[in-house]
Write a protein that binds this ligand. Structure first.
Ligand code: XMP
Length: 319
C-alpha cells in the first residue's frame, strides 16, 4: 500500500542496510528534493549525516538563515554553512553570457563542496536528491538543461579523487510523492510546496554581469513580489514567480526629484510540467501593489514591468 509512512519506513530500512554504520555527506540546497533527503537520512542514521550548504550569494532574501534555522536549529541536523559569496562573485566578474555563468556557478559549487568534504574524515557515502524524472531526463539527453542542472545541483560531477558511493533514496519517486513524504517527515508545508528555484539562482536572473549591488536589489524586489503573492493567496495558484533584474536605467520622479534607476521585470507562470507555460493572469490590483511597493521601497529601482510571454516561444527564465 502506498502511504507516505510506509514508503518512509521502507526507505529508512533500505538506507540503513546500504550504509550500515557509515557516515553520509549531503549537499543541501534548500530545495525540496535535497531537503527531503536530509530529513529522511536524519531519521535513518541520525548524527551520522553531515550536510554542506553553500551560500553562493545568489540565493533569495534570508534564504541561508532559513535553511540553517530549519535544519540545524529546529531539526538538529549537522549542517556546515559555507559562505562563498565572494568566491562566486569574483569568478563571475566580467561574465554576461548565460551559459558561461551557469558553467562557472556549477563548477564553483563543485570546488566549494570538494574543499569542504576534504576537511571531513573520509566519508564514503554521498547522498543526492535525484528523483525519478531526473533519472529519465539524464538518460534521454546528454546535453539537456535538466542534466546540466542536476549535475551541478546534486553535485553529480564530482572530481574523480572523491570516489564516493551514491545514496539516492528518492530515485524512484515523482515530485508529488517526494512532497508528501516531506510533509510526513515534518517539513513545513510552505517549504515542501515552494516554487522551484534554479541552481544558478539569481545568477541567471540578472541580465548582465552579476554584481552584488544588482543581486541585493533583485533580492528585495523578488521578496516583495513573493510576499504579496502570498498575501493575496496567489502564490500557490502560480507554478513559479520571481523578479528579473534588467540592467537598463529608466527615468522616474519621486516627490520633487528626478530618479534615474534600474528596471525589474516580474515573471509569473502557470504550468504542469515546466516544458510549456502560460503567463499568469494576475489581478491588476495585485500587480499594482507589487509595483508601487517595489518602486517606493527600493532605492535602485524606478520602473517595474510584467512579462506577458508564454513558453514557447519564450522560456520561463530570461536567461
Ligand atoms: P526554462 O527557462 O528553461 O525553465 O523555461 C524551465 C524550468 O527550469 C528551471 N531552470 C533551471 N533550473 N538550473 C536549474 O536548476 C538551471 O540552469 C535552470 N534553468 C532553468 C526554471 O527555473 C524553470 O523552473
Amino acid at each position: 500500500l502506498w502511504t507516505p509512512g510506509n514508503i518512509i519506513d521502507d526507505m529508512v530500512a533500505r538506507v540503513q542496510e546500504q550504509v550500515g554504520d557509515d557516515e553520509i555527506l549531503l549537499g543541501l540546497s534548500g530545495g525540496v528534493d535535497s531537503s527531503v533527503v536530509a530529513a529522511l537520512l536524519h531519521k535513518a542514521i541520525g548524527d551520522k549525516l553531515t550536510c554542506v550548504f553553500v551560500d553562493n550569494g545568489l540565493l533569495r532574501l534570508k534564504e541561508g538563515d532559513q535553511v540553517m534555522e530549519m535544519f540545524a536549529q529546529h531539526m538538529g541536523i549537522r549542517v556546515i554553512r559555507v559562505d562563498a559569496e565572494d568566491l562566486f562573485l569574483s569568478k563571475l566578474a566580467g561574465v554576461a553570457d548565460p551559459e558561461q555563468k551557469r558553467k562557472i556557478i556549477g563548477n564553483a559549487f563543485i570546488d566549494v563542496f570538494d574543499a569542504e568534504s576534504s576537511k571531513l574524515n573520509e566519508i564514503k557515502w554521498l547522498a543526492q536528491g535525484t528523483i525519478y524524472p531526473d533519472v529519465i531526463e539524464s538518460a534521454g539527453s546528454k546535453t539537456g538543461k535538466a542534466h546540466v542542472i542536476k549535475s551541478h545541483h546534486n553535485v553529480g560531477g564530482l572530481p574523480e579523487h572523491m570516489k564516493m558511493q551514491l545514496v539516492e533514496p528518492l530515485r524512484e519517486l515523482f515530485k508529488d510523492e517526494v512532497r508528501k513524504i516531506g510533509v510526513e517527515l515534518g517539513l513545513p508545508y510552505d517549504m515542501v510546496y515552494r516554487h522551484p528555484f534554479p541552481g544558478p539562482g539569481l545568477g541567471v536572473r540578472i541580465l548582465a554581469e552579476v554584481k552584488k549591488e544588482y543581486a541585493d536589489i533583485l533580492r528585495e524586489a523578488d521578496h516583495i513580489f513573493i510576499e504579496e503573492l502570498h498575501k493575496a493567496d496567489y502564490y500557490h495558484k502560480t507554478s513559479q514567480a520571481f523578479a528579473v533584474f534588467l540592467p537598463v536605467k529608466s527615468v522616474g520622479v519621486t516627490g520633487d526629484g528626478r530618479r534615474y534607476e534600474y528596471v525589474v521585470a516580474l515573471r509569473a507562470v502557470e504550468t504542469i510540467d515546466f516544458m510549456t507555460a502560460r503567463w499568469a493572469h494576475l489581478p491588476y490590483e495585485l500587480l499594482e501593489k507589487v509595483s508601487s511597493r517595489i518602486i517606493n521601497e527600493i532605492e535602485g529601482i524606478s520602473r517595474v514591468t510584467y512579462d506577458i510571454s508564454s513558453k514557447p516561444p519564450a522560456t520561463i527564465e530570461w536567461e
